[in-house]
Design a protein around this ligand. Sequence first.
Ligand SMILES: [Zn+2]
Length: 86
Amino acid sequence: MSDVTDRLDAIQERWNASSFPPYSPQGDIALLLDLARKQQAALDAVRALHALDDEGDCTHCGDFFCDTRKAEYPCPTIRALDGDDA
Ligand SMILES: [Zn+2]
């Protein structure tokens, strides 16, 4: 579980304890929280797949590239997730 997942749980708890009449956007908020949770789970899965190994390489990319520069951690996938130049 990531820090974002913990934060989403806290937002969900605060939202469940609140009410804002007359407009009741609970359905919208529930949809957005569900979407954010699914997206975060996908990001966490990608980060777990592209983890740092004991040799300083990406555990996934190191299996597919002969050029070791492409396997160095962080690999292009992790740099893209972090918003760095790939
Ligand atoms: Zn990788």
